[in-house]
Design a protein around this ligand. Sequence first.
Ligand code: NDP
Ligand code: OXD
Length: 306
Amino acid sequence: MRITLCLTANKPEPWQAGLQAALPGAQIDIWAPGAPLADHAVVWAPPQAFIDEQTQLQALFNIGAGVDALLKLKLPPHLKVVRLDDAGMSVQMAEYVCHAVIRHFREFDGYEADSRQGRWGYRKPRSRADFAVGVMGLGVLGERVAKALTTFEFPVHGWSRTPRTIEGVVCHSGEDRLDTFLSQCRVLVNLLPLTPQTTDILNRRTLARLQPGGYVINVARGAHLVDDDLIALLDSGHLAGATLDVFRTEPLPPEHPFWRHPAITVTPHTSARTLRDESIAQIAGKILRLERGEPVAGLVDPVRGY
Ligand code: NDP
Ligand code: OXD
């Protein structure tokens, strides 16, 4: 069995060594134009030339959860696309989002500013009941995040494409329930995949549905959010702030207004990192299952787009 690695912006050598240790019988190559044809590929945002050349691939194993960059390529219809299925990401996402929600709710940013001034001052406790949190996307990451938020006793709502049931979470589904879902939330967390249906979904119209003083946490993809609409709603006072981990252009360009907006916290696409050892173990296990003709979790439906 031959496996090729095409990991744009990631060092391939440690992946090659890890996969070789997990699959000692396999030949593991780092792809370069003209490399031998492989049976499986481990990829992150490969170029179209890679797909066009590697004509014998049975499956592409993405080293992330989001497959939007892969599905933009022209892929042969028989080629399976397999996403990372948690592999240590959901706990990181839960801690990032809970941190952002709690930091805002408890006004820790205000206390940090006070402490820099040597100021000892209390803020009035806020009512948790007034801080309903909505999670868009109740998949591998969204479900874990929604459940984690319930442990802090925030009212939690969730929104997905098809109906879901999660204990302690008021679940809504379908486009026709989007406005109802949004209007019940003060804090909005985006964990949707980027598809034609979800591109630009965080816009002036949808964000205006959030309760006054709303707060936006985007940890999915930059193209979900219309940047100027967010700024306009922050400047009008309808939204109180935002924590953003993902951007239309990454790295976020130095001149982008998000860097300087006082109500926006920027982090560098770090909310849930790919953990190499966990990912290699998962991908190696899935390759062996596919080779035995067994089903694998995390198979992407190209029509659905995730
Ligand atoms: P999943 O595919 O497991 O879950 C997707 C969820 O979104 C499902 O609940 C699905 O509904 C819902 N959904 C999809 N399309 C729609 C729609 N049109 N309307 C309403 N709901 C919809 O994804 P993950 O939870 O694993 O990951 C989510 C995204 O997070 C990834 O695609 C990626 O972009 C991003 N991500 C960001 C990271 C970071 O570091 N910032 C790290 C990892 C991922 P249903 O349940 O009905 O299928
Ligand atoms: C992912 C990501 O999709 O890191 O896994 O954004």
